[in-house]
Design a protein around this ligand. Structure first.
Ligand SMILES: *Cc1c(COP(=O)(O)O)cnc(C)c1O
Length: 461
């Protein structure tokens, strides 16, 4: 059995003869962290730039405490260099840049697909990098959602990300079906925050004959719950449903095995845990078993076989699988930041990142529980309920913290102290220590800043 994060904290504090909440524990864990050098590959915003006031209360430290990688990953240092290279190439050679240089624009993203495929557990030919996430979700559903009079429903989560909800709704409308009847929405049990796998599986078993598509997220953006994609896919297939996942919050966060899990299709964005910058190039995956049976509903010249694409004879020679879904030539300026980020992922593995992630998030969980468990003898003290599952197998790096007090003023005080995280009113903070660039010291500084922000905001139960 691997030592739990809590056991690690207890052991280290004993070895150091200090309190488990001491900053020395964080320093020690950072020293032991074999991935700590990866932080150097990123530009970390400075407190003075982030903070809404120039008051910096966090120990004079310069780097902000960046715990918002679930929303927008940090910039890899090579991003600017690669973009500059392409701008210069464009300036110097114009149209010849399509075929020349280290990144010929015509197939610039091709070697990135191999690296991306490793991150999602797929074969390179099962992955395409293109468009934005919602666009890819639509393109995939156009082909994978084939309702019949008996089998026409799409299974989704109650609080799916708005874009996914709208995309599903409009796909149903496009088929001229009844929206309310065709959206099969699963929600947590009364009094619970997250959806049990057993409930998803039993719903599929009960209603599967009417479900055309199971379309869930890999990691739920709000609760941070990591779904058991393998079990859900298996349950869906047993009832003849197709199964797809939106992995916006799972890619680069959890270990994924799309191919082995037999997932039919998936899509994701690359600006969250994959650090490609706002609006970066998104990803799409289609299992190879569908390579010749599922065709794109909409086609463009980039879906054409590269060898004959530029003969321009208007006879489509469609690439098999997900590559046939490509429409347009690649935005090279978006390829550059993605390359910079994937090269950093390439210095490690999702297995090692995940190993660090379990300890890093476990450490955050330990400190939150230590300081903010509800104390009946002190009813005025703010407390925190962690919405995210406590089982590390059922979450990625993010913890969603539900406070007993309104959170806006606290959030503003946190910003003043150089903390970047995400607020969902009225009472939730989403905090994501990212193993690629966050340190244990970041987590410790967050806890210190939170204590001071709660006092400064006068937060009460
Ligand atoms: C971030 C996110 C999106 C955003 O979609 P874009 O098309 O990139 O704007 C959509 N769905 C989920 C689940 C997300 O987490």
């Amino acid at each position: 059995m691997m030592e739990s994060a809590q056991q690690t904290v207890a052991r280290v504090s004993q070895e150091l003869k200090c309190s488990p909440t001491s900053r020395r524990v964080a320093e020690h864990l950072d020293k032991q962290d074999e991935l700590r050098h990866l932080r150097q590959e990123f530009l970390i915003p400075k407190i003075s730039e982030l903070s809404t006031s120039d008051l910096s209360l966090v120990d004079g430290a310069e780097d902000c405490v960046y715990l918002a990688g679930n929303s927008l990953g940090l910039q890899p240092k090579n991003t600017k260099k690669y973009i500059d290279e392409e701008l210069e190439k464009w300036a110097k050679m114009g149209v010849h840049g399509h075929l020349k240089g280290s990144r010929p624009w015509v197939w610039a993203e091709e070697n990135l697909e191999e690296q991306m495929a490793k991150i999602v557990g797929a074969k390179p030919e099962e992955v395409a990098l293109m468009n934005g996430l919602t666009v890819n979700l639509h393109l995939l559903m156009l082909s994978f959602y084939k309702p019949t009079p008996k089998r026409y429903k799409i299974l989704l989560e109650e609080k799916a990300f708005p874009s996914d909800h709208y995309a599903i709704e409009s796909q149903i409308r496009l088929r001229e079906l009844d929206v309310a009847d065709s959206m099969l929405i699963i929600k947590p049990r009364q009094g619970e925050d997250t959806i049990r796998t057993e409930d998803i599986v039993s719903l599929i078993e009960r209603e599967g004959d009417a479900i055309a598509l199971v379309m869930l997220s890999g990691v739920q953006y709000y609760t941070g719950q990591l779904f058991d994609m393998e079990a859900i896919t298996k349950a869906g297939h047993a009832k003849g449903c197709l199964v797809g996942f939106d992995c916006a919050h799972a890619v680069g966060n959890a270990e994924l095995r799309f191919h082995d899990w037999n997932v039919d299709f998936a899509c994701w964005c690359s600006y969250k845990y994959v650090n490609s910058g706002a609006g970066g190039l998104a990803g799409a995956y289609i299992h190879e078993k569908h390579a010749h049976s599922i065709k794109p509903a909409l086609t463009g010249w980039w879906g054409h076989n590269l060898k004959t694409r530029f003969l321009m004879n208007n006879e489509m020679d469609l690439q098999p699988g997900v590559n046939g879904f490509r429409l347009s030539n690649q935005p090279i300026l978006l390829v550059c930041p993605l390359q910079a980020s994937l090269e950093i992922f390439n210095q490690t593995s999702m297995k090692d990142l995940r190993k660090k992630s379990l300890l890093l998030t476990g450490y955050l969980e330990y400190l939150i529980r230590h300081y903010y468990t509800k104390d009946p003898s002190d009813p005025d003290k703010p407390s925190v309920r962690i919405i995210t599952p406590s089982d590390p197998e059922q979450r990625g790096c993010q913890l969603s913290l539900c406070f007993s007090c309104p959170i806006r003023a606290v959030f503003e005080e946190l910003e003043k102290r150089g903390v970047a995280c995400d607020m969902r009113e009225p009472d939730v903070l989403r905090v994501a220590p990212v193993p690629l660039y966050n340190s244990f010291a970041d987590v410790h500084r967050f806890i210190a800043a939170l204590g001071s922000a709660l006092s400064a905001s006068g937060a009460k139960q």
